[in-house]
Structure formats: structure tokens, C-alpha cells
Design a protein around this ligand. Structure first.
Ligand code: GLP
Length: 256
């Protein structure tokens, strides 16, 4: 695992985008695993800039997102701030800004009537592409990877997961509050790739920004591996794993 500390969020985003764009240039039909949250937004916008200004071509790229809220999916009739689905997030922050083909993008379908079957199919779809070449990851405030909350087995596969109160509160503060959504109406369940699904990717790129992540990322990267901090599974990653942090997020690390 390679750990890289950049001075600030902008530099983190630029480096992350260059890791992704190098792969897209080398393997135009690569399979990317996308993450949501505030952290990768700068990276996605930088990819959009590379597409617009340097012609970075996503026309053959295929993608799978880590997770989606159960009960939500993209609704373009709603203003963006009222549509909190991850499918909408991906459309607004990345997909509509680049030339990726809609049919090549996959975000777990939050309105599925049969989540168990859907999750099995999602796993199969990933396998059928030959697997994810590069999985982008973040870390939740409670150490989650995707939406694999504390206690999730390292053998877990794509499934429905109940969100912890900490995750619901974090999501409320980061996104839902400004949309005027009441705390009672917050989604409490999600579809998420499992830890085993994530660990099968050929390479991983974890992005961590801000002082609020300093304690939890220290636990994930330097403390013993534990299902209490599912992001610590990154220490078991067999392929190449790169973690890019800004200085604030890296402030508690001791092995830099
Ligand atoms: C959500 C996503 C995670 C992501 C996390 C971090 O919980 N399900 O995959 O890593 O947010 O979000 P942020 O970047 O906003 O801190």
C-alpha cells in the first residue's frame, strides 16, 4: 500500500485524477469503480476538465458504483439538491460532464423490488466485465468502506446494509440538511458492494480529506485490521492500493 500526502484538497484531487486518467489512456475499456461523498467531487471535476481540454476519452469505459440508498434512484424531474440518490450525484458530478455511455455505467438500483436478486446480479455483472480495474474509495466517519458499516464481515458481498446512526447524522449534515429534508425522512438502508467484492478489484485508490477524518484513517491504516473499522480491510488489499490524503487528514498518522 502506497500512502501519499498532498498539501491540500486541490492537489489531492489533481493527483487522484491523474491516476485514473493514466489508466483510461492505457486501457480505454477499463472498468472503474466509483465512490460518492464530498471527497471525490474535486477528482471528478478534474476528470471532466481533462475530458474537455485534453480529450480524455471515456467512450469505452465501464463503471460500477459502490453503493446507493435503498428506496432512491435518479429523478431528473427533481432539482439536484432534492434528489439525494447517488445515481443523481454521479450524473451531476461526473457522467454528464464526460463522454461515458449511460449504458456502460452502473449504480445499484435503489428501487429494486428484489434486493437479494439484484445484488447477486450486480456481482455477476462485475465478474462478467472481467472485474474492476481500479476501485475509488473513501472512508466514512465510522470507518465504513462503501456502506459496509462496523461489524460487516470481510467475506461480505453486495447486499442491503442498515446504516449506523453516525452515518445517518453525517449524511444529514453533509447533504440533506441544506435540502431541507427532515431527519425522520433520512434513508436508513443502502445497497452496497461487500468488503470481499471491493477487495477483488485489481487496484484501489482511497481518497481522504479533512481533519474530521484524521482519527479514523489513522485507525484504518495503522491500527490492527478489524471489522469495527471496515476500511482497515485496505491493509489486506492484494493488488496495488494507493491512499491519497491531504495534510489535515494525515495529521494523526505516525508512519509517514
Ligand atoms: C458515503 C459513501 C462512502 C464514502 C463516504 C465518505 O458514506 N457511502 O462510500 O466513502 O460517504 O464521504 P465523504 O467523502 O463525504 O466524507
Amino acid at each position: 500500500m502506497k500512502i501519499i500526502v498532498k498539501d491540500n484538497y486541490q492537489e489531492l484531487s489533481r493527483l487522484a485524477a491523474s491516476v485514473i486518467s493514466d489508466l483510461v489512456r492505457k486501457k480505454p475499456d477499463c472498468v472503474l469503480g466509483f465512490a460518492t461523498g464530498a471527497t471525490p467531487i474535486g477528482t471528478y471535476h478534474e476528470l471532466a476538465r481533462l475530458h474537455k481540454e485534453e480529450g480524455l476519452d471515456f467512450s469505452k469505459v465501464r463503471s460500477f458504483n459502490l453503493d446507493e440508498y435503498l428506496g432512491l434512484t435518479i429523478n431528473l424531474n427533481l432539482p439536484y439538491e432534492l434528489d439525494q440518490s447517488y445515481a443523481r450525484f454521479m450524473y451531476e458530478e461526473l457522467f454528464k460532464r464526460i463522454n461515458i455511455r449511460e449504458e456502460n455505467t452502473h449504480v445499484p438500483y435503489g428501487l429494486t423490488e428484489n434486493p437479494e436478486k439484484f445484488c447477486e446480479e450486480y456481482e455477476k455483472m462485475i465478474k462478467d466485465t472481467g472485474g474492476i480495474d481500479l476501485q475509488i474509495l473513501g472512508i466514512g466517519g465510522d470507518g465504513h468502506l462503501g456502506f459496509n458499516e462496523p461489524g460487516s464481515s470481510f467475506d461480505s458481498r453486495t447486499r442491503v446494509e442498515s446504516l449506523t446512526q453516525k452515518t445517518v447524522d453525517d449524511n444529514y449534515e453533509a447533504f440533506y440538511k441544506k435540502a431541507g429534508v427532515s431527519k425522520d425522512d433520512m434513508p436508513r438502508k443502502a445497497l452496497t458492494m461487500g468488503i470481499a467484492t471491493i477487495l477483488e478489484a485489481k487496484s484501489a485508490l482511497m481518497l481522504v480529506s479533512g481533519s474530521s477524518k484524521a482519527d479514523i484513517i489513522k485507525k484504518a491504516l495503522e491500527d490492527p485490521i478489524t471489522t469495527e473499522v471496515t476500511a482497515s480491510a485496505i491493509q489486506m488489499f492484494k493488488g496495488d492500493a494507493i491512499v491519497i490524503l491531504d495534510k489535515a487528514a494525515a495529521s494523526k498518522l505516525t508512519r509517514i
